[in-house]
Design a protein around this ligand. Structure first.
Ligand code: OOG
Ligand code: MG
Length: 262
């Protein structure tokens, strides 16, 4: 760790305030060039602690920047991991206030829910599939707290990987017999298809992102608990949304989910 505990807390407060007050900020690595990976995740942990202290509950985890399309769009080269709290969860078809967000985008994902906890190191695709209760289509809303949605990997980790909301579909499917690699994905905005892909876009198989999350948490002595939601990462580029937009996702074999910006 290159930063003091006080600096970690102050940076978490800065990002938390930006989210609550709906304003952006410069990347934290601009002021703290020495910030290391442990600092970045320590700031994310401090952000989670602040939310839990306000009464939020941890309901899941997310992997991000797991597809080439996302890595190229954001100009970064490796996956990142974040947390999901209950205040981010929308009901299927639910609405999110655009005025409560800075510059939101949506992305199509495959969500996993585990029947057994998973802990790395050594977690792999088959172990994830064996521990998966069901999968669902998921739309993630991301809203970087950084100006113009521009960041480096350490800054975006500290900012809980831009997490701002999510919805998952209502029909859970067990993974046995599903082809998550070839599963076609169509993202629609206002009825117009705007993103296309297949599950393989995420690290060759979306369960690989869950395995890497388990390995990441294992390095910090933690696990993915049974029953929580895991978003495996955007399959296509993220798409900007405005107030009044409706967004729908269909994933072959998994059905549809949708949300609205009001
Ligand atoms: C970082 C979060 C990326 C994903 O699914 O790739 C992410 C960002 O692009 O703002 O959630
Ligand atoms: Mg995402």
């Amino acid at each position: 760790m290159a930063l003091s505990q006080d600096t970690v807390q102050a940076l978490a407060q800065r990002l938390d305030d930006c989210q609550q007050q709906v304003r952006d900020t410069t990347k934290i690595t601009d002021d703290q060039p020495a910030l290391d990976w442990n600092d970045a995740y320590a700031i994310q942990d401090a952000l989670l602690a602040r939310k839990l202290a306000r009464g939020a509950r941890l309901v899941g985890f997310k992997a991000g920047l797991t597809s080439r399309a996302k890595m190229q769009q954001m100009g970064v080269e490796a996956p990142v991991f974040g947390f999901l709290t209950d205040d981010l969860a929308l009901a299927d078809g639910g609405a999110l206030r655009h005025a409560g967000l800075i510059h939101p985008k949506v992305e199509p994902e495959i969500a996993f829910v585990l029947s057994r906890p998973l802990r790395g190191p050594g977690c792999h695709v088959a172990a994830v599939l064996a521990a998966t209760a069901f999968v669902l289509p998921g739309i993630e809303v991301i809203d970087s707290r950084y100006r113009d949605f521009k960041f480096d990997l350490k800054s975006v980790i500290a900012d809980n990987t831009s997490a701002a909301g999510f919805v998952v579909g209502g029909t859970p499917m067990p993974v046995a017999g599903l082809d998550l690699v070839n599963a076609g994905v169509v993202l629609e905005r206002n009825g117009v298809p705007v993103g296309f892909g297949a599950g393989a876009a995420v690290l060759g198989h979306p369960a690989q992102a869950v395995a890497e999350l388990a390995n990441h948490l294992g390095r910090h002595g933690r696990e993915i608990p049974a029953g929580c939601v895991v978003l495996s990462g955007g399959i296509t580029e993220a798409v900007s949304v405005a107030a009044g937009d409706s967004v729908a996702l269909s994933v072959q074999g998994l059905g549809r989910t949708s949300l609205r910006l009001i």
